[in-house]
Design a protein around this ligand. Structure first.
Ligand code: GLA
Length: 761
């Protein structure tokens, strides 16, 4: 097994508090009994208000799935509950009450008995007055609302009925209180403990995995003493193969460091940190997971990867870099190139421009001292771009609005240096944050109306040139309203001028959002939803450059049904993704109704990848997805023929993430020239089987386990329309498993995947 030095931690953080004293009686469930109304009225926060005519609503799912399809704006939730003083009796700490409202999409202002309790997850002081500022917050939809009040706080009515009212504002996508498990209880000891294990990396050396992390006591008065048990446990068999107990002694506001080391087996394992407090026997359990690598190291011999078909319009600048693994230096050839194209034999960059429409069959070759590889490649000069899903990097999921030119150049360099280009990664895309912000007093456009870049992007043309010089494509972002989603200058009534600027900078890819166009759209009818995209599409057709056109309006109006007709090469099908299992699985496993609309040139986009160090800028953290969840992410997105846009800081790319992003057999599913999106064939309990038809007549199959526990599963071939004896290959391990007839049995890790190619031809 190869020794790895993985500068990263992958984890899940589950702080489970198991209070051994009166476990259940000390928590009130707030799950059932909520009332709901659309609109806004300050009276709704008052206990005296009569809500008997309001509708019932569930708080473990968004309002969209409860009959309020596409509703954005204000809505209120209310619940009445008696808070008994007996809650205090059975707990060690008797000082604070906690009201847990789960996650709210997008923003909230929550009230207890008419007074503000908290805003967007932060406690509110007793004298805070309600206003509208809470609704300008964005990206809080995935944050827990855990509000605490001192037991003496006059806002609580002990042993009486209390009214909890939540004023929600949603600005696009789904809305409402949605994560469930809402409770009222006393604050426990474990809530004073925090851990930085999720920011500490595992080190891999001499066959061992080791980690150093700290626990912090956030109480300014209590000393927390106990034992910390560190346990390494196989995820599938649950066998514990390493245990170590340490004393924990944390003075108020202090931290303590813990280190451990165990023999690494490169298989799915949990590391459980179990802290048991001496005086209460309360336990804090944190679960970490150790990254494990599946993709074999590529051979030193050349192998050609990447898209097998590439489209460009006649006469437009052409750029394609041959992706090939193997030791450098390499020499590249491309036989039968059409007139107008030339190849740089050292870099494998094919460039120029072709005037004549047509399909050209090319033979690519890559040679080095270990041998040579050949591969068929088709160039299609016609009207279509993005004949396979775009693969690249985008600044948003890491840098958010703090993106700058240096960060973009650094990412492009990593594409080259770390060999990502050898696997077909081709595009470097700047998201929001390059324009002048709407708040600035400075001009946003020059005297002729030409868009200006902010000081972080001093010269877009030079930036574009340096990206192209590496053989990469260059992408940019805008919105059809006056402002982008991040509040920067957008393209409203300057669409053609902006397209011309993009062309002059060498832009190859435009992500075009929806933000702030809302005020111009008369309603949510399909023609109104289409209008801004048609305007920009016409502009893009007037410039002397091909620009791949990515629509970003979160799936409104079933965009997959009409995205192609307004010129879209890809379109977002959902709201924004974040690096959590709930976000990933809700998005990924719901890409079903749109499947039939994906085809070469037109792709469903379930949003960008959330592996590696992400954070929406400026501070980043390692993806909160576990290793198995990350395998699920890349497998599912590849099966779905989804655009693959890496969203992490590439300068902090660790071996695990690199390995995850460079499995050529997995990426080949995404780039399969047939362009058929996988379909969900089987849903059985928490197992889902997705099947993708491939160009060579074979199929790719993903068996996903959405359960918290590993699942044994038998795939009956008749359920996926296979009757013959078939050869099966494990794509992550790049290994043939054998020949099977009738069925295939396997065990799938929790939140993990078994990704197979079955050879029926
Ligand atoms: C929207 C998009 C994101 C990102 C931001 C930029 O939220 O969905 O992907 O582009 O805007 O502000």
């Amino acid at each position: 097994m190869k020794l790895l030095n993985i500068y990263k931690v992958i984890f899940i953080f589950i702080a489970i508090t198991a209070n051994f004293i009166g476990a259940q009686q000390d928590v009130l469930q707030l799950e059932k009994g909520w009332k709901f109304v659309q609109g806004d009225n300050p009276q709704y926060s008052l206990p005296s208000y009569d809500d008997s005519k309001w509708k019932n609503i569930l708080v473990d799912r968004e309002w969209e799935v409860q009959g309020y399809q596409d509703y954005d704006g204000y809505a209120w939730y209310r619940i009445k509950i008696i808070i008994p003083s007996s809650l205090k009796n059975n707990t060690f700490l008797k000082d604070s009450l906690e009201i847990f409202l789960g996650k709210i999409d997008d923003c909230d202002q929550s009230f207890i008995n008419g007074k503000i309790l908290g805003i967007n997850g932060k406690n509110a002081a007793i004298d805070k007055q309600a206003d509208d500022s809470f609704k300008t917050a964005r990206y809080y939809y995935n944050r827990n609302r855990r509000y605490t009040l001192s037991v003496n706080d006059p806002r609580i009515l002990w042993d009486k009925e209390n009214l909890i009212a939540v004023r929600v504002y949603d600005q696009g996508g789904k809305g409402g209180i949605y994560s469930g498990d809402l409770t009222i209880g006393m604050v426990k000891l474990v809530e004073y403990i925090s851990s930085n294990h999720d920011h500490c990396v595992f080190n891999f050396d001499k066959g061992n995995a080791s980690k150093t992390f700290s626990l912090k006591n956030n109480s300014n008065s209590l000393t927390l003493k106990g034992k910390l048990l560190i346990q390494v446990q196989n995820k599938l068999t649950k066998k514990i193969y390493f245990e170590e107990k340490k004393d924990a002694n944390l003075a108020p506001l202090s931290s303590q460091m813990f280190s451990y080391s165990f023999k690494n087996r490169n298989e799915p394992v949990y590391v459980n940190y179990i802290l048991e407090f001496d005086n209460t026997k309360e336990r804090a359990i944190i679960v970490d997971e150790v990254p494990y690598v599946l993709t074999p190291v590529p051979s030193l011999k050349p192998k050609i990867n990447g898209a097998k078909v590439y489209g460009q319009r006649p006469g437009k600048p052409f750029l394609y870099s041959i992706a090939a693994t193997g030791e450098d230096p390499m020499i590249f050839e491309a036989a039968n190139l059409p007139d107008g194209l030339k190849i740089d034999r050292k870099t494998g960059i094919i460039s120029g421009s072709v005037l004549n429409k047509g399909e050209y069959s090319i033979k690519l070759e890559a040679k080095n001292k270990y041998g040579a590889a050949k591969s068929d490649f088709k160039i299609v000069i016609g009207e279509m771009l993005a004949l396979t899903p775009p693969m690249g990097w985008n600044s948003w999921n890491c840098w958010g609005l703090s993106v700058d030119q240096e960060k973009v150049i650094a990412s492009a360099k990593v594409f080259k240096q770390k060999g990502l280009m050898k696997h077909g990664w081709t595009s470097i895309n700047i998201d929001d944050g390059w324009e002048i912000t709407g708040r600035s007093q400075d001009p946003k456009r020059d005297a002729d109306g030409k868009i200006l870049c902010n000081s972080k992007f001093p010269n877009m043309k030079t930036l574009g040139d340096s990206i192209h010089a590496l053989g990469l494509k260059f992408g940019i972002y805008s919105s059809p309203g006056e402002l982008t989603c991040g509040g920067y200058t957008a393209s409203y009534q300057h669409e053609l001028q902006d397209a011309q600027s993009y062309a002059s900078w060498g832009v190859d890819y435009l992500k075009y959002d929806w933000c702030s166009y809302e005020t111009h759209a008369k309603d949510r009818s399909i023609p109104e939803l289409q209008k801004p995209y048609i305007v920009m599409n016409e502009a893009l057709h007037k410039i002397d450059r091909d620009i791949v056109y990515s629509l970003c309006q979160y799936g409104n109006g079933n965009v997959w049904e009409w995205g192609a007709s307004v010129g879209g090469n890809l379109w977002r099908t959902t709201g924004d993704i974040t690096d959590t299992w709930s976000s990933l699985s809700t998005i990924g496993f719901n890409q079903t109704v749109n499947a039939k609309y994906a085809k070469p040139g037109n792709w469903n986009d379930p949003d960008m990848l959330v592996v590696g160090w992400v954070g929406w800028g400026p501070s980043l953290h390692p993806s909160r997805l576990t290793p198995d969840e990350q395998y699920t992410h890349i497998s599912l997105w590849s099966l779905l023929s989804a655009p693959l846009l890496i969203g992490c800081d590439l300068t902090r790319l660790d071996d695990f993430t690199l390995n995850l992003l460079t499995n050529d057999e997995v990426l080949a599913l995404d780039q399969d020239p047939l362009g058929k999106q996988a379909v969900q064939k089987i849903v059985k309990d928490n197992i889902q089987v997705w099947v993708k038809e491939l160009q060579d007549g074979n199929k790719a199959i993903g068996i996903f386990n959405l359960d918290k526990e590993p699942q044994k599963y038998t795939l009956n071939f008749s359920d996926i329309d296979i009757n013959a004896k078939i050869k099966i290959r494990d794509l992550w391990r790049q290994k043939d498993i054998g020949t099977f007839s009738g069925k295939y049995e396997t065990t799938v890790p929790s939140h993990g995947v078994i990704l197979l190619k079955v050879f029926t031809k």
